[in-house]
Design a protein around this ligand. Structure first.
Ligand code: ARG
Length: 461
């Protein structure tokens, strides 16, 4: 049996070693030290404003908290597992520094509302970092899109060649995803940054507290609506982690494109050395490990979300110790997302695309078949029939090992007499892309408009 705990007034013995190890959270929740100290500072100032503490007492606490913070940041702070969590570690050291007044800090507060506050601030701070990293990734995608706005490649559906598109259009599709991710995080932040302090253990408190003052001090959007909900609500973390899971989904799709493009059978892109590895047995290999790992880590990030959702499921009111299991999934997902976003932005910045290989791929796969069908429609043939006739043209070209544009006029006229010399301009891939000038399309005008819009989005904070 170890010595008495902070909460041990009614206990005659301390917890067994194993139990201490089982129940502690300081080994990981110490990452929230800055948020814990900021919350305690705001709480002390509020207590003084409300006349619960004197101004001198609050000043001692605030200075003491600063000293604790400096000790932590200098690496001098001794974290004690027997003090369970970040909150009790900091409060205990504060009391050593400032004396008995340290014991007044927790007036009108419970660890239940304290941990909810710390975690909300931590999740908000970290997801704001995600926003910045996602923005950098959008900037990297935009830069490549501008460089390759005139480069064409086969656009696919069902992973089969469908219609020619510009590489800019393909890359800007990902920019749109990550822009949505940023906007989703901004929206979630409104709900994450709500102050639960003042809910106390579960029922509010008898002290005349002012939660709005604390919210103001901490730059939060408002205060809790119901004390029981405030101490047990982890929706904000689930929402943040859903946003994180979706970021990983988007990254994993981009990884998959890069992996396919880097396969020598495609050869659309050369992997930068810094983002690839060799094989220990096959000397010719250049493996897209970073992209593969990111695709793999997506599963882990989903798992973190599901871990939290499962922890929340069926929890009775109000705070239950189960909720201590909320932090590790977030911390793990945060590391994955932050590193993945940064690595992807770096990798995109260094990708060298092969215009030649993309052009060669365009020449195969009949990507201009839709153009021929639309051309026939323009000559008065109903679309269904035009579709059928184009299919026959494709079969003919395929049997001759040619592209549609390589069939002579005579051969094409054997498919339909309405076909004239003007068909060859229509079958040209560049023209096919240039004609798709509808809003959001792959034509030069909508691509230029997208580039301008993404630039404007990046320019506003
Ligand atoms: N370490 C705890 C957690 O992370 C802090 C809150 C503990 N509250 C309590 N009443 N035991 O949830």
């Amino acid at each position: 049996m170890a010595k008495q705990q902070t909460w041990g007034g009614r206990f005659s013995g301390g917890p067994a070693e194993l139990v201490q190890e089982y129940t502690e959270s300081v080994s990981y929740d110490r990452v929230m030290y800055a948020q814990d100290i900021a919350g305690s500072r705001a709480h002390a100032l509020m207590l003084a404003k409300q006349g619960v503490l004197t101004d001198e007492e609050a000043a001692l606490l605030v200075n003491g908290l600063e000293t604790v913070k400096a000790e932590i940041e200098r690496g001098e702070f001794v974290w004690r597992r027997d003090l369970e969590d970040v909150h009790m570690n900091i409060e205990s050291r504060l009391t050593e520094i400032v004396g008995d007044v340290g014991k007044k800090l927790h007036t009108g507060r419970s660890r239940n509302d304290q941990v909810a506050l710390d975690f909300r601030l931590f999740v908000s701070d970290r997801t704001r970092v995600w926003q910045g990293l996602a923005r950098s990734l959008v900037a990297a995608l935009l830069e490549k899109a501008e460089t390759y706005r005139d480069t064409l490649l086969p656009g696919c559906t069902h992973m089969q060649p469908a219609q020619p598109v510009s590489l800019a259009q393909h890359l800007l599709a990902y920019a749109a995803m990550f822009q949505r991710d940023v906007s989703r995080l901004q929206d979630a932040d409104k709900r994450i940054r709500v102050c639960p302090l003042g809910a106390a253990a579960l029922a509010g408190t008898t002290y005349d507290l002012d939660p709005s003052f604390i919210a103001g001090e901490l730059g939060m959007n408002g205060i809790f609506q119901n004390s029981m909900d405030a101490v047990s609500d982890r929706d904000f973390a689930a929402e943040a982690m859903f946003c994180g899971a979706l970021i990983m989904a988007h990254l994993s799709r981009l990884c998959e494109d890069i992996i396919i493009w880097a396969n020598p059978a495609f050869g659309f892109v050369l992997l930068p050395d810094g983002y690839a590895t060799g094989s220990s047995i096959m000397p010719q290999k250049k493996n897209p490990d970073v992209a593969e790992l990111m695709r793999g880590k997506t599963g882990r990030a989903y798992g973190a979300l599901f871990g939290l959702l499962t922890t929340i499921k069926g929890l009775p009111m109000t705070y239950n110790r189960d909720l201590q299991e909320d932090k590790q999934p977030f911390i793990d997902q945060d590391r994955t997302i932050s590193m993945s976003l940064e690595a992807m932005a770096g990798m995109i910045g260094e990708l060298a695309f092969s215009r030649e290989r993309m052009a060669a791929a365009l020449a195969r796969g009949f990507l201009n078949a839709t153009e021929l069908a639309d051309y026939l429609v323009g000559k008065g043939i109903p679309f269904r029939e035009a579709h059928h006739l184009t299919g026959a043209a494709v079969a003919l070209a395929e049997s001759e090992g040619k592209g549609l544009e390589e069939l002579g006029l005579e051969a094409l006229r054997s498919i339909s007499g309405v076909i004239g010399e003007d068909v060859f301009a229509v079958l040209d891939m560049k023209n096919a892309v240039a004609r798709r000038n509808t809003p959001g399309g792959t034509g030069p005008d909508p691509v230029a408009a997208q580039i301008a819009a993404v630039k404007a989005w990046l320019a506003k904070s």
